[in-house]
Design a protein around this ligand. Sequence first.
Ligand code: HPA
Length: 273
Amino acid sequence: MSYTREYFQAAADFLRAKVDFAPETGVVLGSCLGPFAQAIEHPVEVDYADIPHFLLSTVASHAGKLIFGTVAGRRVVCMSGRFHSYEGYRFEELVIPIRVLKLLGVRSVVLTNAAGAVNRDYRPGDVMVIRDHMKLNGPSPLRGPNVEDFGPWFFDVSRMYTPRLRRLALECAEGAALRVHEGTYMFFPGPQFETPAEIRAARLLGADAVGMSTVTEALTAAHCGLPLLALSVITNMAAGVLDQPLSDTEVDETARTIAGAFSDYMKKIIAVI
Ligand code: HPA
């Protein structure tokens, strides 16, 4: 399948007709970080299933709807539920949501995720502002014929996690009830968690945290020139760091425990972005 601008425009036109609202910031919520959605005032929700050419969330902890509304006085559109390659989506399909947000007129994107800590100084419940990423697994979401309307085929990604937004996020951490670091996120395709050997390799390569999402959306945002901030909630120490198996229950429980503090931190960021 090769996409055209019209393909994404159909979804954006549908949403514009349904919700008379021009969002300034697009937010993507990771696993179990849904409580931020409850902080959205005057919410208008649209199910992914109703949006032409959109994808469907197949993961239980992802709600599967777009929520338009205000947070800290700023107009946001929030994806409550995201799409991953491990659900069976092709990498190329994963450009869809961010391109639709771009056509809705957002001027920046905030991506969030749950991640495992590779860096032994991190603890479950910490937050990492993503400074850079590694994606050595799987193709780029931008593979295939380029849609020039969004950006050039070959583009620079050396500052894709916008330095100004990273600085703001670190400033907002002062006084927040969270430990906030800045580090490198490494993408693994999942759905299985990594092996201890993979985590040792990730550490040697310079990764601070690992996860199964975010990078495809981040690359899509960078391609179309959207200022980008990405935050990882550390839900567990990565495989082999502790002498215990990993479970999605641990991930969900940590995410739930810090969801309130994380939501407050996000509100502070959205206010100044
Ligand atoms: N690995 C990959 N993805 C994750 C992890 C992890 O340890 N924790 C939360 N998402």
